[in-house]
Design a protein around this ligand. Structure first.
Ligand SMILES: *[C@@H]1O[C@H](CO)[C@@H](O)[C@H](O)[C@H]1NC(C)=O
Ligand SMILES: *[C@@H]1O[C@H](CO)[C@@H](O)[C@H](O)[C@H]1NC(C)=O
Length: 209
């Protein structure tokens, strides 16, 4: 007769096969809505769980005077399937991350250096929530809501950002409107902006139509 202890132990062993500690993303395979498929665990190394590159500022030589270094699943496959990710953003004086939303997750921003004016807009009432953030402050931006950050201080600013998704995504409102071929007349009809302003912004951001 099998002893109860051995029986329970073998039961635990068989259950342990169902537990998967991690699913390091296999970036050579296509991404699905729930993430990447798993790299063969035999080929996973400590390097898969480390992202190097947030120690240097992002390039801010652009029209927004701000830059972002994402450590999302495509850059950091170790977080695949874990529902988290990270990023760093840097702002030159006057720099701004334009109005944007992350369809996949909520965001928490931590000001590491400088002064940031940040806010988001609710989807239910379009109420605006803004705050001036100092070094050490954190602010949360709920999933999917339009939000922004502006460096309103006299010096460059740095923030570190975490997300509740390995692939939060980002849709920037000015680019969605003015960097593609959505016809000017349609934008005018659907936003109440005037034609001249739309054409001006399309020229700046590389849109056509
Ligand atoms: C694992 O690594 C070995 C040796 O580099 C390679 O031959 C094999 O194709 C890899 N397997 C997977 C599933 O990536
Ligand atoms: C920053 O970006 C600008 C514009 O793309 C580029 O000309 C410049 O070389 C970049 N600077 C660094 C340090 O990569």
């Amino acid at each position: 007769m099998i002893s109860p202890v051995i029986f329970i132990f073998s039961l635990l062993l068989s259950y342990s096969h169902a537990v998967q500690d991690f699913c390091v993303g296999d970036l050579t395979a296509p991404e699905s809505p729930v993430g990447y498929s798993c790299k063969n665990p035999a080929n996973v190394t400590a390097d898969d769980f480390v992202f190097t590159g947030l120690g240097v500022p992002a390039n801010t030589s652009n029209s927004n005077k701000a830059g972002v270094i994402p450590a999302f699943a495509p850059q950091f496959p170790g977080i695949n399937g874990l529902g988290i990710s990270f990023a760093r953003a840097d702002f030159a004086v006057g720099g701004a991350i334009p109005l944007h939303s992350h369809p996949g997750g909520s965001e928490v921003v931590l000001v590491a250096e400088g002064t940031i004016f940040a806010g988001f807009i609710s989807s239910t009432s379009n109420k605006v929530y803004t705050k001036t953030l100092k070094k050490g402050d954190i602010m949360v931006f709920p999933q999917g809501l339009l939000h922004f950050q502006v460096n309103t201080g006299p010096s460059p600013a740095t923030v570190f950002v975490s997300f509740s998704s390995a692939t939060p995504g980002a849709q920037l409102l000015p680019l969605a409107l003015f960097q593609n071929d959505l016809p000017t007349a349609v934008i005018a009809a659907t936003t109440s902006l005037d034609i001249a302003e739309i054409k001006k912004l399309k020229a700046i951001l590389g849109g056509t139509g």
